[in-house]
Write a protein that binds this ligand. Sequence first.
Ligand SMILES: Nc1nc2c(c(=O)[nH]1)N[C@@H](CN(C=O)c1ccc(C(=O)N[C@@H](CCC(=O)O)C(=O)O)cc1)CN2
Length: 294
Amino acid sequence: MSATLIDGKPISAAVKAKVAAEAARLARDHGLVPGLAVVLVGEDPASTVYVRNKGKATIEAGLRSFEHKLPEHTSEAELLALIARLNADPTVHGILVQLPVPAHIDSQAVIQAISPDKDVDGLHPMNSGRLASGLAALVPCTPLGCLHMLKTVRPQLAGLEAVVVGRSNLVGKPVAQLLLAENCTVTIAHSRTRDLPAVCRRADILVAAVGRPEMLRGDWVKPGAIVIDVGINRVPAGEGKTRLIGDVAFAEAAEIASAITPVPGGVGLMTVACLLANTLKAASMQAGLPAPQI
Ligand SMILES: Nc1nc2c(c(=O)[nH]1)N[C@@H](CN(C=O)c1ccc(C(=O)N[C@@H](CCC(=O)O)C(=O)O)cc1)CN2
């Protein structure tokens, strides 16, 4: 491997440490303890782990954690009623509903029920619209993490050609907006893109967020490119075991790229760290205080 490894462990640890220091300052100077409510509907094993990790990280950073675990058969009306209560609760500054929600619940209705000021996932149309308009917004956590990791190896991104493979509201679209705001030339590619390998080969920055194991091959990578792999795919590893792999064929791409994120241990770790930073930002804004720079 010739590429620099963009290791999520120390980078996410540094973000969490800054959040903890800012949280201590907020408590000391303003008597404010940011609170994060995480709502899980059902018992999806991966979601259960993510929610547990979010609660643990929230407490470790000195923030207040509220976990709401609802049964799979919870109706949309019951979930919306809980969100209305959390919107009105002054001790709750951030609200996140773990995705995906069960099929009988309309995820857009849920996202749009969350007060935009408390939308620490940055998914409410008010926040996505503000991001697209270049206004201050709560920005989705994984895209924030991608940008943070990129900047550890390349602080100035202006003028670079960026290709984002994937167009989800959670990752593809917001990461493209963040790169555009950094003055990159941005292409969003997707399943209908013609000659995807050739489009990827144009990229100085290649962001993979398609959810398909090792779909992006080494020969899709421009020599010297920076590769950010957002994919988290659980695949069989023999003897009934599973392992996590990304959307990029790591060993191949690492021979061609100048820097690359691993899976696991890359962008995924930044998602939780940036969620804490967003909660701190939301609490500060709700209290009329300047948003801390993390
Ligand atoms: N409301 C939301 N739902 C979901 C989001 C989100 O940002 N908001 N993102 C994903 C899941 N996710 C957070 O919720 C998440 C995914 C992965 C990780 C992570 O730490 N990954 C580790 C590996 C963990 C493992 O062993 O499974 C890594 O990449 O090293 C954290 C959070 C979908 N839902």
